[in-house]
Design a protein around this ligand. Structure first.
Ligand code: CO
Length: 134
């Protein structure tokens, strides 16, 4: 069902302060910076092979990332797996008793459809699924 790791999400307080570490020190290519209004974040995507690192800065105090930073400080936030169809996967996974944050997919970074599983059901690892939107 999971095709590959699409990206790893990292919560940061500031993209401006965090980008130089990834771009200039670790030498990763900055692929895109975009607003994801649905999740109230600004995301910077770096390429590492065919996986991405997604730095997430909150754009509002009620952003899930703002709440994460308040509780945990900056750090690893989620792992995202690519699937064929997020809605199909959410339904199949939900039927197996896993709690879902999203019952249905919503718009995410890179013009893709995304959906999150609840970390209470996944060993405290926040799992995102994404697929190309059709
Ligand atoms: Co993500």
């Amino acid at each position: 069902m999971m095709k590959k790791i699409d990206h790893i999400g990292v919560a940061v307080r500031s993209l401006d302060e965090s980008i130089p570490l990834y771009r200039d020190v670790m030498g990763m290519q900055l692929h895109a910076i975009e607003d994801v209004p649905d999740q109230k974040v600004k995301a910077a995507m770096f390429e590492v092979g065919d996986v991405h690192i997604e730095l997430l800065e909150p754009t509002s105090p009620d952003s899930p990332i703002a709440k994460f930073l308040e509780k945990n400080g900056p750090g690893m936030h989620h792992i995202c797996y690519e699937v064929d169809d997020v809605d199909v996967s959410l339904e199949q996974i939900g039927e197996k008793g896993v709690r879902l944050i999203d019952q249905q997919s919503r718009p995410g970074a890179g013009g893709k459809r995304v959906g999150f599983l609840h970390p209470k059901s996944t060993g405290s690892v926040l799992v995102e699924l994404n697929s190309m939107s059709d």
